[in-house]
Design a protein around this ligand. Structure first.
Ligand SMILES: [Zn+2]
Length: 246
């Protein structure tokens, strides 16, 4: 399976990077992990066919992680002329928040008949949910965003990719990433410890216990960007457009 960083930036475009969105191409399906406000632009920028995407998985309901979906759905309806079903799976609260976002940004857009079915699944915490051919485990994390935030651990084609979403350090990070084939972790800060987010120093303390097979850092703020050259000597870093094989 291949994963492309469609966007790996923070909420505010630091470094000119797009909001969080990872495109994963598996044998029989393709899916996104998160779909931030700028993701439709990023999908076009990287030449990805939106109709190849069967499923959008969401870690949490902040705009830089889910607000691209109204644009994705309207593009599917108006430009991409989608006919195959779309599945969106996120934490409890996803149905209402997605409905509200669509109505706020494009009034009336939830009432239009579409040529494709859209199914929204709210995944319970600490369970494995089968979502359109993917096994998705949910781990509650610590990040205030109005509804429960998750780290996700996705298994498909016998491989596991785990992603923290946004969070400060908590056991859910370790459980999600433990021994994963690919563990992607947010690293908004370098050495500043800030509520609700992770920093490199904290991650370094815990990484031996997480012990992923491969680690990639993502979601950098200004402090991380200022230290990027030094960090790149020791860690693999996300970059918009980068594709890795898992
Ligand atoms: Zn967030």
């Amino acid at each position: 399976m291949e994963l492309t960083f469609v966007g790996c930036g923070d909420a505010f475009g630091t470094g000119g990077r797009f909001n969080t969105c990872f495109y994963v191409k598996a044998d029989a399906t393709a899916f996104l992990i998160d779909c931030g406000a700028t993701s439709m632009t990023a999908i076009r920028h990287h030449g990805i066919d939106p109709n190849s995407i069967d499923t959008i998985l969401l870690t949490h309901l902040h705009g830089d992680h889910f607000a691209g979906i109204p644009f994705f759905i309207l593009d599917a309806q108006l430009y991409s002329r989608r006919e195959k079903p779309l599945t969106v799976a996120g934490p409890p609260g996803t149905k209402a928040r997605l409905h509200d976002a669509m109505e706020l940004l494009f009034p009336g857009s939830t009432e239009v008949t579409r040529k494709f079915d859209t199914t929204v699944i709210e995944m319970p915490k600490l369970e494995t949910t089968e979502v359109a051919g993917l096994s998705v485990e949910t781990f509650p994390v610590s990040h205030a965003c109005g509804d429960p935030p998750y780290a996700l651990r996705v298994t498909v084609d016998g491989k596991t990719v785990a992603y923290t979403g946004d969070t400060q350090w908590c056991d859910g990070v370790k459980s999600a990433g433990h021994n994963a084939d690919l563990f992607i972790t947010e690293c908004l800060f370098h050495s500043r410890q800030v509520k609700g987010h992770l920093d490199l120093q904290t991650l370094e303390e815990h990484m031996p216990a997480i012990a992923p097979k491969r680690l990639i850092l993502t979601h950098f703020g200004p402090e991380m960007m200022a230290n990027l050259a030094e960090v790149a000597e020791r860690y693999e870093l996300a970059e918009d457009g980068k594709t890795v094989s898992i």
